[in-house]
Design a protein around this ligand. Structure first.
Ligand code: 1PR
Length: 537
């Protein structure tokens, strides 16, 4: 019917809630915004998407005098949906930021995932739900996975069992959804969980028609390995943004006359297609970001705004995330640039060249200045919002003594039969090398506050002969944050290979998807048949 309900959104202005708005709009509901405390108490239905850090969130709520109305609204049992931090704030308190009190509605404290379990933290990606009982909120989810991104979690206990609707497993069981009467909340992000997530929002808004029972032995529980579609974007010679794809980072056609930029489609349309085909995330890389000022060049922001209207999985954007002085002499920090991307619909930003310079300086001085792009964005938006994109290239040596750098023995010898190599980090799209290797860089940026590594490989890019397994294993075993393997995918078997042979949490591909050589579905069907936990949308 077209008699859609109305929902009030409590946005306290700490981050990207554009996707929640987009999801509500997509489902056809009317949206009201909370501007005063009275708006909370007069809401028919209230959605509270928590973003940022616990202390900051409680601080803003307190300053705006929202704490008491919110508590009153929830204690009266009125329709409420908290998301992520919006669920955590319902508990008694959190260890985040050294210990902060919450609203105290649900018994228990929120604490950090145990990093000694050897699993990457933050917990990022698509996990299963173990429904502890039948509740309206999850009635339409069935076996489908939902998207999480967090480092802190609440655990189920006898004291909160009347609240816990579902748990998920990541080394241990943690609380993934709560519900008591009309009051509900999720640790996962329904607005980023594809069709399953939209169904959660719809179930919150309406009486659900019927309960889809999860099958008892349906899906291997736990976190799935992610498949990411990547769109390298740049302006073509006419000034329009197009998706392009290089061969070892060369994006010009090499067939002689003209050498036009290779055009593989329009970014927004392609992102929409990958969402519908089951991509677990979509990444945009503005590959000329190292020379163009991204805020001066608005098309990329427009691409994000439009893409996020129809893509309900996480969006990452990279290219040009660093400080700039514009033509008018005005300074824009990397944080300003990132903030603009988040406002436009990005969930994460990816930092390339600037991260290399920051890591070099950090390794040289041993000092964290707090001034680097990584540190500032991580502090303001959380580590999970900061990806570092590495563009390494193999440097072969015949003998480890030929270089100062630590080398690895390689099964793929160099052009002159060299048996050793190291992976040199590059900047400016591979044009310049720096005196730092990929493993060192990954460790340094993790210490500076990066939440994820996007590990490209210039030697493998666009070749279709598989990921550089040695590189991926070297980096993923050196850090505790998730690593996305990138460059070289040519077949579904290559995804299986990288997940079986390395600690990669995700694998990214571009060319095979753009050229429709292999579908995302074919990749996922193969992964799943090989026993790799996979999200089937
Ligand atoms: O340095 O912060 O401005 O970021 C620039 C970003 O642009 C970096 O993330 C860098 O990796 C990327 N980039 C720069 N030049 C190129 C180029 O191709 N000439 N593209 C480039 C990076 C690598 C992947 C590609 C995979 C998979 N391309 O994005 O999608 O290799 O490809 P495949 O599956 O077809 O093998 P900054």
């Amino acid at each position: 019917s077209d008699a859609r309900g109305e929902v009030t959104l409590l946005d306290y202005g700490a981050g990207n809630v554009r996707s929640v708005r987009n999801a509500i709009k997509k489902l056809g509901y009317n949206l009201k915004e909370v501007t005063t405390a009275a708006d909370i108490l007069s809401a028919e239905r209230l959605i509270f998407p928590g973003v940022g850090a616990f202390e900051q969130a409680m601080g803003v709520l307190a300053r705006k005098d929202f704490v008491e109305p919110l508590r009153e609204y929830i204690e009266a049992g009125r329709p409420f949906l908290g998301i992520c931090l919006g669920m955590q704030l319902l508990f008694e308190g959190s260890d985040e930021n050294g210990g902060v009190e919450g609203l105290g509605i649900i018994p228990g404290r929120v604490t950090q995932f145990d990093t000694s379990l050897g699993l990457p933290v933050p917990h990022i990606g698509w996990n299963t739900l173990e429904q502890r009982r039948q509740g309206r909120l999850l009635s339409q989810v069935g076996d489908r996975r939902v998207y999480f991104v967090h480092s802190f979690r609440a655990t189920p206990s006898p004291e909160n069992s009347d609240w816990v609707l579902a748990t998920s497993h990541y080394g241990e069981d943690f609380v993934s959804a709560v519900q008591k009467g009309e009051v509900s909340a999720t640790q996962f992000h329904p607005e980023k969980s594809g069709a399953a997530g939209l169904a959660v929002i719809q179930s919150f808004m309406e009486e659900s028609p019927q309960y889809i029972a999860p099958s008892a032995n349906g899906v291997a529980r736990g976190l799935a390995k992610r498949v990411i579609a990547c769109l390298d974007v740049r302006a073509n010679d006419a000034g329009d943004l197009v998706v392009t794809k290089g061969d070892q980072y060369d994006v010009r056609e090499t067939d002689g006359n003209g050498r036009e930029v290779r055009n593989l489609g329009a970014p927004v349309e392609l992102a929409g297609r990958y969402f519908r085909e089951g991509a677990d995330e979509v990444t945009f890389l503005n590959i000329t970001g190292f020379r163009d000022f991204p805020l001066g060049d608005l098309p990329m922001l427009e691409v994000l705004r439009r893409a996020s209207e129809g893509v309900f999985v996480p969006l990452t954007v990279g290219g040009g995330i660093r400080g700039f002085t514009d033509a008018q002499g005005q300074r824009h920090s990397a944080l300003d640039v990132a903030a603009e991307y988040f406002r436009s619909g990005a969930d994460k930003v990816s930092i390339g060249g600037d991260a290399v310079e920051a890591a070099l300086e950090y390794l040289a001085t041993g000092v964290k200045t707090g001034q680097t792009a990584i540190e500032q964005i991580s502090w303001a938006y959380g580590a999970q919002a900061v990806v570092v994109s590495i563009d390494p290239r193999r440097v072969y040596v015949a003998d480890p003594a030929d270089t100062e750098r630590p080398t690895a023995k390689t099964a793929y010898p160099g052009p002159a039969g060299e048996r050793y190599c190291w992976w040199q980090c590059t900047v400016k799209g591979g044009r310049e090398g720096r005196d730092i290797d990929a493993v060192e860089l990954a460790r340094a940026v993790q210490e500076l506050g990066a939440g994820e590594i996007l590990l490209n490989c210039i030697d493998r890019d666009g070749r279709g002969d598989g990921f550089d397994l040695e590189l991926v294993e070297a980096v993923s075993s050196a850090v505790t944050i998730p690593v996305i393997a990138s460059s070289g995918a040519g077949s579904p078997e290559h995804f299986q290979e990288v997940f079986e042979a390395t600690g990669a949490a995700a694998a990214l591909a571009a060319g095979i998807f753009h050229r429709r050589e292999v579908s995302i579905e074919a990749v996922k069907t193969h992964m799943s048949a090989s026993g790799i936990p996979t999200r089937i949308a």
